[in-house]
Design a protein around this ligand. Structure first.
Ligand SMILES: [Zn+2]
Length: 64
């Protein structure tokens, strides 16, 4: 039987990612379960990986 209990991940956070293509800053959840695209040019910024997302843009300082 598959366990399906959601446990909050302590390292999850929101990241500030700057698009490498158009330099637009986007806020991305670090453990996103869907791919995140730049809101301005649609470039892939974060790729879902089952854990911490793979970041494709420029990672800026975490939000306060
Ligand atoms: Zn962009």
């Amino acid at each position: 039987m598959k366990e399906n209990i959601l446990i909050p991940k302590p390292n999850s956070t929101f990241l500030h990612i700057q698009c490498s293509k158009c330099e637009e800053k986007n806020i991305v959840y670090s453990h996103t379960t869907s791919n995140i695209y730049c809101k301005s040019c649609n470039e892939l910024l974060a790729e879902r990986s089952g854990g911490r997302a793979k970041i494709h843009g420029n990672l800026l300082n975490p939000l306060d």
